[in-house]
Design a protein around this ligand. Structure first.
Ligand SMILES: Cc1cc2nc3c(=O)[nH]c(=O)nc-3n(C[C@H](O)[C@H](O)[C@H](O)COP(=O)(O)OP(=O)(O)OC[C@H]3O[C@@H](n4cnc5c(N)ncnc54)[C@H](O)[C@@H]3O)c2cc1C
Length: 637
């Protein structure tokens, strides 16, 4: 298969404007003749569904929560980037573009990233107009703070609840369209398959989470905005419900999966406390604005942090990366924390933790200012650990948090299946091998508010989708497939819960395809995963019935998909014989232990194509070219 990025040629500053002008339009009276399905009501899907409704399309929006307002975007804490340059500190569209391409270790498509930086500015205006209560300075202007990988302050925030406030903005816009009848909302619906007719995405199969009813929904185009698959690791900062099912089943219908091994391990999470833990909690990167990261210089030092004098502490990020200090990008901060812990300098009972210390900032700025900036995060930490970060440093450790991999999309956000568009964390588009903090919210809203509303019209105007009946053979076949998976799960009469398999799978992926990867480990994982998957299908026990609210059935289906995805992740990681961003192949590192890219051989997007059960997927490469930001060894020193 040939992958056409459809990225415009010509000066990058004008490419999005020129492209928009060239896109075909649909006149307002005709828009109501088109039906669009949006799966997902987070920032990406919610923004898209609301925008489509506003434009005049008929929209059906699906989510598995009881309300669109509960999408996982609600959990985002620290902020959203935009190149407004309010601080007059040297920011610009080009600098945000530059930082993002470099932050992603030169594995993202330049044209997409430039457009993202351009529209970032409009996102803030849009959200302010919706009433999103961004933090303000004393004079009333919007405030900014800094996030990793940038030397400017460009992160807009609403305390530690930025995602919540942004989602409430998108949700209100969506509800308005629901009220006007332009959008029909389907909460508590699980998308279980994609319907492809004559090579075009024409609908989805859903299962009602209330009563198990399987339904067909037909449309002229399908949008997937179903979030990330970080829960493949079992323990992650994602909500328990986050899953890969929608994109995985679309992959099995022919959508290529790009860079599956590019996952982000976030450096500042509350460390794992015990074997039975099922969820990890993020402490926002914003804390690194004021918190200083350190470990005792002496390995095995078990003294309480307050008893360790200043000269016996190692502020290792400030020492190793004097220019960026505690605000180095996530991949670098995570690896550095792991290296300290591996060398025996980790803190806390397990030794898998480093300190994030607010003491200096409290002394400098006062407790009140720190509480204003991070109060809810500090309270959350105290509730979970029983320790008070105003008095004792927080303990943090890296954890699975975000995925840069996802379904491959072109510049128009269309997958390799015509009519199937993918937005937000579910696509692979803009972050390369490492996402900079505060850039996911920016991408989700850029995709939903500012990109897809243009590109969808062009698709519909050119593809002119014909009518498809609810009982078309492809729809019937997809229904049968979804029902068969459900039946197989319920018919198993084994002894183990799906969760217990998920925990075991997650450990394999974490150990061999986590912060560090190597050939031997990846081969081991590729041998172990199929064995465990077979055991899953033989020995899983799903309680309850299909025709009821049944969360163990819901989970079991997701675990089944994670098994297959985990294998693809390891295959991709094994194939990419270089280190870049979050993909750290231990065999390929600089003498200082930094990621060592191989641009001559691996400057491409790896897109995998499903070939059927039991057969290896095939790899297609989309070459990456860099005309504006010259690839170099990333340095934050
Ligand atoms: C704790 C935490 C804090 C974060 N903080 C920040 C931050 O400060 N700044 C930042 O930029 N990023 C942050 N991120 C990342 C960011 O929040 C996410 O990448 C982003 O919100 C994803 O948005 P989305 O719209 O793509 O997906 P989501 O918000 O995850 O929405 C997915 C939607 O798809 C639906 N869905 C999924 N599967 C199915 C299915 N099979 N059938 C039907 N519906 C389905 C869900 O119901 C939901 O509506 C954070 C992430 C975490 C975990």
């Amino acid at each position: 298969m040939e992958l056409k990025s459809n990225a415009p040629v010509g000066p990058i500053e004008q490419s999005w404007d020129n492209h928009k002008f060239e896109l075909k339009l649909i006149n307002p009276a005709n828009k109501r003749k088109y039906n669009i399905i949006v799966v997902g009501s987070g920032l990406a899907g919610g923004a898209a569904a609301a925008s489509f409704g506003e434009l005049g399309y008929n929209v059906q929006c699906f989510c598995y929560q009881d309300s669109p307002r509960r999408a996982h975007s609600i959990a985002a804490q620290g902020g959203i980037n935009a190149a407004k340059n309010y601080h007059n500190d040297g920011d610009s569209v080009f600098r945000l573009f530059y930082d993002t391409v470099k932050g992603g270790d030169f594995r993202a498509r330049e044209a997409n990233v430039y457009r993202l930086a351009q529209v970032s500015v409009s996102i803030i205006d849009q959200c302010v107009a919706q009433g999103v209560p961004f933090a303000r300075e004393y004079g009333g202007l919007l405030d900014n703070r800094s996030f990793g990988g940038a030397q400017v302050s460009r992160t807009f925030y609403a305390r530690g609840q930025t995602g919540q406030q942004l989602l409430l903005g998108a949700y209100q816009a969506l509800e308005r369209q629901i009220g006007l009848g332009a959008v029909k909302m389907y909460p508590r619906m699980d998308m279980l398959d994609l319907i492809v007719v004559d090579g075009q995405a024409r609908g989805i199969v859903t299962r009602s989470l209330y009563d198990g009813k399987i339904e067909v929904h037909i449309a002229d185009a399908v949008i997937l905005a179903t979030g990330g698959y970080g829960n493949v690791f079992y323990l992650s900062t994602n909500a328990k419900g986050c899953n890969a099912t929608a994109i995985w089943r679309a992959y099995k219908r022919g959508a290529l999966f790009a860079n599956p091994c590019f996952t982000q391990i976030h450096p500042t999470c509350i460390p794992v406390a015990g074997e039975y833990q099922s969820k990890l909690t993020l402490m926002s990167e914003s804390l690194r604005n004021d918190g200083r990261i350190w470990v005792p210089k002496q390995s095995g030092d078990k003294r309480a942090p307050g008893s360790i004098p200043e000269n016996e502490r190692d502020y290792y990020l400030e020492r190793r990366y004097p220019s960026f200090g505690n605000l180095v990008p996530r991949d670098i901060a995570s690896r550095a924390a792991k290296a300290e812990c591996d060398a025996g300098r980790g803190v806390g009972e397990t030794g898998l933790g480093v300190y994030l210390d607010l003491a200096d900032a409290i002394q400098r700025l006062g407790k009140r200012t720190i509480a204003e900036r991070y109060g809810n995060l500090i309270d959350m930490y105290e509730r979970i650990t029983g320790e008070n970060p105003y008095e004792v440093p927080m303990r943090i450790y890296p954890a699975s948090h975000y995925v840069m991999g996802g379904l491959w999309v072109d510049y128009n956000l269309m997958s390799t299946i015509p009519g199937l568009f993918v937005l937000g964390e579910a696509n692979f588009s803009d972050h390369g091998a490492n996402r900079l903090g505060a850039s996911a919210l920016m991408q989700g809203l850029a995709d939903g508010y500012f990109i897809i509303p243009y590109t969808i019209g062009n698709y519909l105007a050119t593809a002119k989708p014909a009518k498809v009946a609810d009982d078309a053979p492809a729809a019937k076949e997809a229904v049968a497939n979804a029902a068969a998976i459900t039946k197989k799960l319920l018919n198993g009469n084994g002894k183990r819960t799906a969760d217990s398999f998920h925990r075991e799978l997650g450990k394999i992926v974490w150990d061999y395809c986590g912060m560090g990867r190597n050939e031997a480990g990846l081969k081991k994982a590729l041998a172990q995963i199929p064995v465990l998957r077979e055991e899953f299908w033989k020995n899983v026990r799903v309680l309850g019935a299909n025709e009821e609210f049944n969360q163990s059935l819901e989970r079991a289906g997701r675990v089944a998909d994670f098994f297959e995805l985990a294998e693809l992740m390891c295959l991709d990681a094994l194939d990419r014989k270089e280190s870049c961003g979050g993909h750290f192949r231990e065999e390929y590192q600089t003498p200082e232990g930094e990621a060592l890219r191989d641009d001559a051989n691996y400057s491409y997007v790896a897109a995998w194509e499903y070939q059927g059960e039991g057969r290896s997927p095939t790899l297609t490469k989309e070459p990456l070219t860099f005309n504006y930001v010259k690839p170099s060894q990333r340095s934050y020193k």
